[in-house]
Design a protein around this ligand. Structure first.
Ligand SMILES: Nc1ncnc2c1ncn2[C@@H]1O[C@H](COP(=O)(O)OP(=O)(O)OP(=O)(O)O)[C@@H](O)[C@H]1O
Ligand SMILES: [Mg+2]
Length: 312
């Protein structure tokens, strides 16, 4: 499949001298859903804003559908839809007119059938004559998406579509995204939530401190992140791991009071039950068990840290 978005050596330095993007490279294929994960201040919004022409790059090139975002601004921009991070809607406007107006901004003639299709796709058709201020937060977000789709873009950016949204609405949003993909729209979304990336993305990029630390197929990333640790605390210290427990590749804490077992959360059998019974069979007495899973934040920190070590 061809690339719909090509970002080459993109750099953004804000007026105050802050370097928000450092040499970002990214290629997105037509039809993909790509999730950009990153902590606050990572540069996610800056990246999207730069591609959408809201902020200007300090260096590098961006092409959308082969069109350079500076030289062929109009063509590039007409292919892009943007759902911004902040809800910015006219409270007294009717849902249908705000969507029609957005379409008009792109110089597209009014098309009632198209507008209806978009509103139906987002379950907003029944609310078309409501004023925006009457809508719930989740519906307002849908209106933002409807606006972003009004000019029939090929590439849709969703900047934190589910931040501060409850679990049910988050799932609705995931369904909407899947529906848009099925309708042929390529989607780039930003998120803080690993479950979100896991639920809907084909590829996941991790961005921190203005750098794209990695971008890879979701399945591979999940392999790396699916590790969990079980710490078995013992009532009395031991000096070495009993031979009967060798197959578990356990590690013993320095004080001899805890055994740590790493396992894959997505495997059908984690081996925990057998481990615990084998621990007892080996004559060890359990005091407590604790499980740990690295949070996304930990993984970011780990990645950033590894990057710093590589550089030295
Ligand atoms: N106009 C600006 N001038 C100076 N610095 C800015 C400007 N806009 C953003 N920044 C800085 O650039 C960095 C990246 O900001 P950005 O909004 O792109 O992050 P983000 O990944 O979208 O974060 P969040 O998850 O909080 O939305 C931050 O340190 C931010 O303070
Ligand atoms: Mg942001």
């Amino acid at each position: 499949m061809s690339a719909i978005l090509e970002i080459e050596s993109l750099r953004k330095v804000y007026a105050d001298g802050f370097e928000a993007l450092k040499d970002v490279n990214l290629e997105i294929k037509t039809g993909e859903i790509v999730a950009l994960l990153g902590p606050n201040g990572a540069g996610k919004t800056t990246l999207i804003s730069t591609v959408c022409g809201i902020t200007q790059a300090s260096a590098g090139h961006v092409r959308v559908g082969g069109y350079d975002i500076l030289r062929d601004f109009r063509q590039a921009r007409s292919m892009i839809g943007l759902v911004p991070q902040e809800i910015n809607l006219e409270p007294f406007e009717k849902v249908i007119s705000t969507v029609q107006f957005s379409r008009g901004l792109f110089g597209k003639p009014r098309d009632d059938a198209k507008t209806e299709q978009i509103l139906r796709q987002l379950s907003l058709w029944d609310k078309r004559d409501s004023q925006v201020r009457e809508l719930s937060g989740g519906m307002k977000r849908r209106v933002l998406i409807a606006k972003a789709l009004s000019h029939e873009p090929k590439l849709l950016f969703l900047d934190e579509p589910t931040a501060g949204v409850d679990v049910e609405l988050r799932k609705d949003m995931w369904e909407i995204v899947a529906g848009l993909k099925a309708a042929g729209v390529t989607i780039v979304l930003t998120t803080h939530y690993i479950e979100e990336a896991e639920a809907i993305a084909d590829r996941v990029g991790v961005i921190a401190k203005g750098e794209m630390l990695l971008i890879e197929e979701k399945a591979r990333l999940m392999d790396r992140m699916g590790q969990k640790q079980l710490e078995v605390q013992l009532s009395a210290p031991i000096t070495e791991i009993p031979a009967a427990l060798e197959t578990y590749a356990l590690s013993l804490s320095e004080d001899g009071c805890a055994l740590t077992y790493s396992y894959d959360t997505r495997r059908e059998r984690t081996g925990i039950t057998k481990l615990l019974s084998d621990v007892s069979a080996a004559g060890l007495v359990l005091r407590d068990v604790v499980t740990r899973q690295s949070s996304l934040e930990d993984i970011f920190v780990g990645l950033v840290h590894a990057g710093e070590e590589d550089a030295t």
